[in-house]
Design a protein around this ligand. Structure first.
Ligand code: NAI
Length: 218
């Protein structure tokens, strides 16, 4: 990651989980929740939740707990969800199409405005209501249609080249699906997505008892 954060990344990475759980509570018409009950649902201790939220203000009330809607709105604001973002995808293969087709991102305020690829077979194809364009048009497109977030879904050998084009076009946030570290200037933020890391964590956990057989007495 390029830019340093004021709040620790561990706290920041928990915020989307709070946001999601609070959204679920609202969908179940739960408007108020004690910190104990919230902690049981989310799986963090009540003091962890209090500490996390204290970084941003004073949210709960002694003896009342949390107002679910107000807390969700506040966390939404902290996550920047009170704004709208324009996104472009480069690489219209498996991952690019999957991301493009996931319409829930739109509901959160992330609006896909362009998809690019270099494969003539894909150029001109429609994904949702967006036509895949030749990647050679990327920079001129971004000049006329500035975007906030660039999404990299190309093979790793091509990722830096696409990141450079994004940076040159003024994009400040890059969501990188390619399994490689990309170099960007200080003021550009890269968030890497690694499904395989999550899968390997799962396989570790499936096998952990084998590794520590003696310690856990099995
Ligand atoms: P894919 O081969 O289906 O799609 C890649 C697309 O990128 C192709 O359509 C290709 O024509 C296009 N492309 C290649 N170079 C380009 C360039 N310079 N400009 C524009 N388009 C270009 O591959 P897939 O499965 O969608 O994977 C894409 C990337 O995502 C790969 O780097 C892969 O390793 C990564 N990946 C990451 C995962 C994760 O957890 N983050 C999971 C699976 C894949």
């Amino acid at each position: 990651m390029s830019k340093k954060t004021v709040i620790s990344m561990a706290v920041i990475r928990r915020l989307p989980k709070y946001y999601r759980y609070l959204g679920e509570l609202l969908r179940n018409d739960i408007e108020r929740i004690s910190s104990k009950e919230l902690s049981e649902r989310i799986g963090f201790t009540a003091s962890q939740i209090r500490q996390d939220l204290n970084n941003f203000g004073d949210f709960g009330q002694q003896g009342y707990g949390y107002n679910v809607r107000a807390l969700r709105d506040e966390i939404g604001k902290i996550l920047g969800l009170n704004k709208e973002y324009k996104t472009v995808i480069v690489g219209a293969g498996n991952i690019g199409q999957a991301v493009a087709n996931y319409t829930n991102f739109e509901k959160l305020g992330f609006h896909l405005i362009g998809i690019f690829d270099r494969n003539p077979k894909l150029i001109g194809m429609g994904i949702r209501d967006i036509e895949v364009q030749d990647v050679d048009n990327l920079e001129s497109f971004l000049k006329n249609n500035p975007a906030d977030i660039g999404i990299i879904c190309v093979p790793k050998e091509q990722a830096q080249r696409i990141a450079d084009a994004f940076v040159k076009s003024g994009i400040k946030g890059i969501w990188n699906f390619a399994p490689t570290d990309i170099a960007v200037p200080e003021d550009v933020i890269v968030e890497n997505v690694h499904l395989s890391e999550s899968l390997l964590t799962l396989s570790y956990r499936l096998n952990e008892s084998e590794l520590f057989k003696e310690k856990i007495g099995r």
